[in-house]
Design a protein around this ligand. Sequence first.
Ligand SMILES: [Zn+2]
Length: 277
Amino acid sequence: MHIPILFRYILSVYNIFIVFLLLSAQPLSGQTTSFTTRQSELPCLDKKLTVFVHVISDSLGQTGVQEDSIRYAWHVADSIFSPVCISFGPCLIDTIPLYEFDTLVGLPDLERLQDLKNRFSQPEVINLYVISTSGLPGGHPRYGYTLPWQHLLDGRADSSVLVVDKHVFRDYPLALCHFLGHYFGLLDTDANGDELVNGSNCQWAGDRICDTPADFLDQAFKRPCTYQSEAVDANGEFYTPDVGNLMSQYWDCHCGFSHEQYRKMVEYYRSSLDKKW
Ligand SMILES: [Zn+2]
């Protein structure tokens, strides 16, 4: 074979090979899901929110938590919320010497929490109650409880509240941001338990956020920051949750919010009728 002809032959075979590679690299529809964070610009709220922390002392009259630890957790929150220009401060701290409120567990204690709020909550600030043991319905036992400000009991009073257990400030300071996430309208990443691993129903199932992978909280198979579970979704696919997401319940692995979670928190704040601060 003449050398230029041979060269052209090799080139054409090479091109066919490249086209084959490109075609075979195309994903089939529905087989792959990207959870990569969208890079559109985040909105900036430019808000500094005042915080009033009420520490309930125990039966021995001890607060059981250092003020420095509380201030540090809010400092961490400043840094976590900085991408959407929200900061927290000044942070006012008082001590309430009523040990009967230092443990709030079970449905009847929601009434007692309301009593506490009626007596001590300040208007137009974020009120945080720091207690030894929480176990309120809808919260996370031994971590905390949130009622977002959009929930109105009678259409008049601001019923919003944060409750966080004392040990959280020592052991998991980032967990304060989990409860702030709820305060700003976010759900747990494992909420509802109906999100599919392939992400096809992410708009309305689970936490209704599409850049957080489907999550199934499996206490039995949870290992520190490495998710190991044999649980599968309705399609039989294994879960691969983001254990570093702040709205997961992997408290010792918390790292940050997703892009869409930030956007949703800002939307929630802007659309809230009851925001007073
Ligand atoms: Zn939660």
